[in-house]
Design a protein around this ligand. Structure first.
Ligand code: NAI
Ligand code: OAA
Length: 262
């Protein structure tokens, strides 16, 4: 059977979930040909475990002629690899969707995807329901928003963090604004808000509320869209971000399936 070739860019937590799923036989239509990352040890570890090629550069990875490159690294890496990947004839599967809050970058990649005949697939990540969200957005003007709850410790390292959040007894809203400002403040923590915005009202008009909830473990993302005839709520709780890696596995299965969703 002819297999589609895929490669992984970013050999951390989520990249390994995809590779592990492949090794366990859940991506039977694919061959994992290589992986790439800036951390040589984690790149070598993923390659060893999966008997694929460890690559020190994107060029090395693209020389393996993958049909799909799975980006599981960072918004910065997505910016670096999107153009060369499409130009080399590969399709992209993206987790660091926040990079597409930049309208110029988004439009440049959209144009390139059209001219190369390749596609960029946005993984559902830690949320979902893009089908019904996109449908609702077509039907009438909509109000769209996403309310995220996180434990205070997971906000450490962000500009809004302070130690008092750790001892607070009540939930508090630590950010309220639009999706563009949210990803600017939390570049690796709210890809979900940009994904929601791209599926609904756009990054300027999609409301984002981020809440610190004492004692909360994991993330809860509640997306709500109201139109003239429809009211959609998509609420996803996940104890860890593993769901985002698994969403790539589900997406890849759909891409290769004879009977597909969407
Ligand atoms: N769409 C969604 O719902 C979600 C998206 N994400 C995003 O997925 C991405 C991956 O997340 P994790 O696997 O948890 O991160 P991680 O930190 O465990 O792994 C990322 C790997 O990519 C490598 N990397 C990062 N930037 C790089 C660069 N510029 N060049 C080469 N290698 C680079 C790192 O060395 C690391 O090995 C992140 O951008 C994260 O924000 C995470 C959770 C949900
Ligand atoms: O894992 C999550 O719940 C969300 C997340 O990190 C992101 O959107 O980047």
């Amino acid at each position: 059977m002819h297999k589609l070739k895929f490669a992984i860019a970013g050999c951390g937590f989520l990249g390994n979930i995809v590779a592990d799923a492949w090794r366990q036989g859940l991506l039977a239509d694919y061959e994992l040909v290589g992986c790439f990352g800036r951390n040589a040890a984690s790149t070598a570890a993923l390659a060893d475990k999966n008997a694929c090629q460890p690559c020190a550069t994107l060029d090395e990875l693209l020389a393996l002629r993958p049909d799909y490159v799975v980006e599981a690294a960072s918004p910065g890496l997505l910016r670096d690899i999107a153009q060369p990947t499409l130009s080399a004839g590969a399709n992209l599967i993206v987790l660091s969707i926040g990079a597409f809050a930049d309208a110029d970058f988004l439009s440049q990649i959209e144009t390139l995807a059209r001219t190369t005949g390749r596609r960029v697939h946005l993984a559902s990540g830690a949320i979902g329901g893009f089908d019904v969200l996109r449908t609702a957005a077509l039907m009438s003007a909509i109000d769209a928003g996403i309310r995220t709850e996180k434990g205070p410790a997971s906000l450490r390292g962000t500009p809004i963090f302070n130690e008092e959040l750790l001892t607070a007894s009540a939930p508090s809203e630590v950010f309220s604004g639009n999706a563009r400002d949210a990803i600017g403040l939390f570049p690796t923590k709210v890809n979900v808000s940009v994904a929601t915005a791209l599926a609904t009202a756009g990054v300027a008009a999609t409301q984002v509320s981020i809440n610190s909830v004492p004692g909360f473990l994991g993330d809860d993302h509640r997306i709500e869209v109201r139109g003239e005839e429809v009211h959609v709520v998509v609420d996803t709780y996940s104890r860890t971000s593993a769901i985002a890696g698994w969403s790539v596995v589900a997406l890849m299965r759909n891409l290769a399936a004879p009977i597909a969703f969407g």
